[in-house]
Design a binder for this molecule. Structure first.
Ligand code: UT7
Length: 348
């Protein structure tokens, strides 16, 4: 069965811009350090009460649906990728279904962090290929600002992330050679704790006895406890260097896997859209694959790392800027917490 095309793409970023200098008022950091180590100049943070992960996803979805020339009632499946959902449960996809007054269609949430959008695309593509659905809405959205710790102790994490959303509508290809060629999904759970947020959760230190500084009584109430908050153990953790080292290995590997599978070389790529984790990671990948500047799209300078939203936001901007044309070979690739990594190769 033919793979899916992206019939419409949309994005939404909050109005509130926070520059690196704004962050220096909250923690011991500098514009110079952030730009040099990450490439980020500014990021967007959602309105504290009026914007959520789901509402931003809905704005991006409206744009993607309109550009696909359909209505919300035509959507027959929703896939929502995020690590910062509105509720612990249910997921965000049902909130989209309700807010957009869609039919009683299937609604699925994907929990794959930075590679969530590519995983979600892959799931959607399989449903299109099987003939089960004809208009699938795939959203990646994050409101990181709500769980970031704007304090020097977390500066290596909080300066990186930003909020925003992107969305696409998948439809069956029209047999003109366009559409998804293949998707490639991978994981290595050995490093699950390298980039994670343990709490609230049910782990009670099962996986690692030294995860948290709690006694047994406290562990029994770990899902949400005052001790957890007092000891700052409700915050994300990241071993940045370990993530970086693995990312620069796995990005080129999973991109080459997609190109090899379809008989292409890096020089054939019209555009590579890497997950926007760090400009140094993107540049390393570009160098390794010997890609020209015009073959790689980066916008981390403006938005920071928006996790599941970074690829659809970049895809949307690249398309709007005329960087993607009919017939171009486009590769999307991601690496992140889990670790999980993935790629999707398509003919536009
Ligand atoms: O989407 C996937 C998710 N995450 C990633 O892909 C992250 C991958 N990793 C990275 O991007 C980088 O590791 C970071 C940007 C997170 C950190 O850069 P780094 O070059 O690996 O820095 P580092 O953690 O080795 O820290 C170097 C120094 C340390 O000071 P000392 O010990 O050398 O005195 C840190 O305390 O930089 C310090 N530092 C900061 N200084 C100013 C860490 N964060 C900051 C900060 N501002 N925000």
């Amino acid at each position: 069965m033919p793979g899916s095309i992206i019939a419409g793409v949309g994005m939404y970023v909050p109005e509130n811009i926070y520059t690196n200098n704004d962050l220096t008022k909250l923690m011991d950091t500098s514009d110079e350090w952030i730009q040099e180590r990450t490439g980020i100049k500014e990021r967007r943070f959602a309105h504290r009460t009026n914007e959520t992960t789901a509402t931003m996803g809905i704005e991006a979805a409206k744009m993607a649906i309109e550009r696909a020339g359909i209505t919300a009632q035509d959507i027959d499946f929703i896939i929502f990728a995020t690590l910062s959902p509105d509720y612990y449960f249910p997921g965000c996809a049902v909130l989209v279904q309700r807010a957009m007054k869609m039919k009683e269609v299937g609604a699925l949430d994907v929990r794959n962090q930075c590679s969530g959008f590519v995983y979600a695309l892959s799931v959607g593509d399989q449903f299109i290929r099987s003939g089960m659905y004809k208009n699938i809405l795939v959203i990646g959205s994050e409101k990181h600002s709500f769980v970031l710790d704007f304090n020097t102790r977390s500066r290596h994490i909080s300066v990186i992330f930003g909020d925003g959303a992107g969305a696409v509508v998948l439809q069956p290809s029209k047999d003109d050679g366009s559409g998804m060629l293949s998707t490639h999904l991978h994981s290595d759970g050995n490093d699950a704790e390298m980039l994670a947020m343990y709490n609230p959760g049910s782990h009670a230190n099962y996986w690692h006895k030294d995860l948290a500084d709690f006694d047994d009584a406290e562990l029994g109430e770990m899902f949400e406890s005052h001790a957890m908050i007092d000891k700052y153990q409700n915050l994300p953790v990241m071993d940045g260097q370990a993530v970086f080292k693995k990312a620069v290995l796995k990005f080129p590997e999973v991109i080459m896997e997609a190109l090899n599978k379809n008989g292409y070389q890096p020089s054939d790529l019209g555009l590579l859209i890497p997950h926007q984790a760090n400009i140094r990671i993107s540049r390393y990948v570009q160098q390794k694959l010997r890609l020209r500047d015009d073959q790689v799209y980066n916008n981390i300078q403006k938005y920071g790392n928006t996790t599941a939203a970074s690829i659809p936001i970049a895809l949307c901007e690249a398309w709007q800027d005329g960087r993607i044309k009919k017939g171009d070979l486009v590769c999307m690739a991601a690496f992140g917490s889990g670790f999980t990594w993935a790629s999707a190769l398509m003919k536009w």
